[in-house]
Design a protein around this ligand. Structure first.
Ligand code: TNX
Length: 575
């Protein structure tokens, strides 16, 4: 007889309850919470040194996933499990990908006494089953056998677009750290890494046809100290640069692909382009000279979109970007582009005339010129089978084609996009900007851009606006958090801003809303924090104590009381 396991405190009690010196018991109540966890009959499966991880012969992707699982288990337990394409045999963890489910990232995870089977609806699904398994193993399992209680888990994500962003223009982070960042994303079932590669303060990707983009554009002569503001112009006097070679990019793209993370590159235009203009001033309205910005904000010098040569410049850049990044989506920016130079620029005004653009009540002529530029670029990218994403400003001059809108100034952009039949990704700054403070006690926090976004606020976010009709809802393809780095100089600080808010984000992205419960989440954070510790991830500690207390409280609940609760609190997609 199968027993439905409900994800109350009981799950945790089971996990911790049977800890001995020699063995540890896995706990399947991981983050993000799986849709359905049913405990089954039996003694369970013991992971020992002799356990093999088995993948289907000639499936290179699952071979890689099997190797990663072996690494994950080694990092937590010290056991180095062998990886083999052998046929099914006893005491093995078997990876497959023929689980029948229309959702392409679903999986089942079955544990009986002799076998663990992770079966994905695709190789990606199998990878998420592997993530669930590795997170279920307690971080303090070093040198111990791990008992996996018998179970049947079936799981799939709520949203297909589950993103996380990183700005490497304001501050640069080396290739090795980008890989570590991708590891962290993968651990949280995130499948899109939005890589913000260029901005006013630095150009970070090698483009062979325009070598000065990195030779010159990677540099700013110095960096503002303290918070940006009218009265603060104090800089550190130290030149700052950094960029990724194409070889490094290819290596990172492969690293991400192995972890089922698609990298979406962003080249932000026509604004936020000062670094590029410092290298190629001929593509600005005034002809320069320009310098990469040393402080933060919005700058009036943007690309001249009245000049045909600028289109050629962009197409050449994007051709190389497309060669480097296989992603279906390419991000073309579009945010914060002041139009004062366009208003005076003879080329821009001639272009507006030539195109027959007229200012309307809704759209200025200059905003329509931006809209024309984005749509023209979109056609170019479409001709190579790519789709465009832009910040919500791309709605301003009228949106055409099939662009996907990233709604950052609030949720209105997403709502408008859905209403116009476009897809949208929710990234509202008020809830999903991880560069904002995590505590109200700002004096005790590293200097941040502002705001206040505690873990709970992220956790409680509902990305589908209630005003949408049933037909519009599917246009919200997912959500993402953004990590801008004006005030973030080091990898450790990036991790501090990212974790544990990322854990809250991933549960919004993955888990069905009915199954979400903040107290329960806090309780499940405790083992995840231990895993962060074990892996050396630097995280913010604001909810660390609360999560320990929630965990201890759950542990103290006698099993019978837990079972009484069991009958009443179903979770997720349980039938
Ligand atoms: C707005 S979000 C920006 C970025 C800044 C960020 C700081 C967006 C499209 N533009 O350029 O870094 O705010 O929070």
């Amino acid at each position: 007889m199968k027993r439905q396991l409900f994800l109350t405190a009981l799950t945790i009690t089971i996990g911790l309850g049977s800890c001995t010196k020699e063995s540890m018991t896995a706990d399947y109540g991981v983050i993000p919470l799986p849709n359905r966890i049913e405990s089954t009959e039996g003694d369970g499966f013991v992971i020992r040194n002799s356990t093999a991880i088995v993948y289907p012969k000639e499936n290179g992707k699952l071979q890689k996933t099997a190797e990663l699982l072996s690494e994950y288990i080694a990092a937590i337990t010290g056991m180095e499990l062998s990886v083999t394409p052998a046929e099914k045999r006893g005491n093995a963890i078997v990876l497959k990908s023929n689980f029948a489910c229309p959702n392409q990232e679903a999986y089942s995870l079955t544990v009986n006494d002799s076998l663990v089977t992770i079966n994905g609806s695709s190789d990606a699904g199998t990878f998420y089953g592997v993530q669930t398994l590795r997170k279920s193993i307690p971080a303090c399992s070093e040198g111990k056998q791990v008992l996996l209680p018998p179970v049947e888990i079936t799981d799939m994500p709520r949203f297909s677009y589950r993103g996380m962003h990183l700005d490497v223009a304001r501050h640069f982070f080396p290739a090795d750290f980008i890989k570590r960042y991708i590891d962290i994303l993968a651990m949280h079932n995130i499948n899109r890494f939005h890589w913000h590669l260029s901005d006013d303060q630095g150009w970070r990707v090698e483009i062979k046809s325009y070598p000065k983009l990195t030779e010159v554009g990677q540099w700013r002569k110095e960096t503002l100290i303290g918070r940006a503001g009218k009265d603060n112009t104090q800089c550190d006097g130290t030149p700052y640069g950094g960029y990724y070679t194409q070889e490094e990019i290819r290596d990172i793209v492969q690293y991400a692909t192995d972890r089922f993370v698609t990298i979406i590159p962003e080249i932000d235009l026509p604004g936020h382009m000062l670094a590029a203009l410092s290298a190629y001033p001929e593509y600005g309205c005034t002809g320069g000279p320009y310098e990469a910005a040393t402080g933060w904000g919005i700058f009036p010098d943007i690309l001249c979109m009245g000049n045909e040569k600028t289109y050629e410049f962009l197409e050449n850049i994007f051709s190389e970007i497309m060669d480097l990044f296989p992603s279906e989506f390419i991000h073309v920016g579009g945010d914060e582009a002041p139009k004062q130079h366009w208003e005076e620029c003879p080329k821009c005004q001639a272009k507006i005339k030539e195109l027959g653009i007229r200012a309307t009540k809704k759209h200025t002529a200059e905003n329509q010129l931006q809209s024309y530029a984005v749509q023209r670029l979109e056609k170019f990218l479409n001709s190579r089978n790519r789709e465009v994403i832009g910040w919500d400003e791309i709605l301003e001059g009228g949106i055409g084609g099939g662009a996907t809108v990233m709604s950052w100034r609030g949720t209105e952009g997403g709502i408008e996009a859905a209403d116009l039949g476009h897809d949208a990704i929710m990234v509202p700054h008020h809830t999903l900007y991880f560069d904002y403070y995590q505590s109200e006690d700002q004096a005790n926090e590293p200097l941040s851009i502002g705001g206040y976004i505690p873990v709970r606020k992220v956790y409680e976010y509902e990305p589908i606006p209630s005003v949408l009709t049933a037909e519009q809802v599917p246009h919200i393809i997912g959500l993402q958090a953004n990590l801008w780095t004006e005030y973030i100089h080091t990898p450790e600080h990036v991790e501090y801003m990212l974790l544990p808010r990322l854990a809250a984000l991933c549960e919004v992205q993955w888990t069905q809303p009915e199954a979400k419960n903040y107290e329960n989440f806090l309780c499940r954070m405790d083992p995840l924090f231990r895993t962060y510790d074990r892996l050396g991830y630097n995280y913010a500690k604001h909810i660390r104590e609360d999560s320990k207390v929630a965990f201890e409280k759950a542990k103290a609940v006698p099993q019978t009381a837990g079972q009484a609760e069991l009958e009443s609190v179903p979770v997720g997609l349980s039938e």
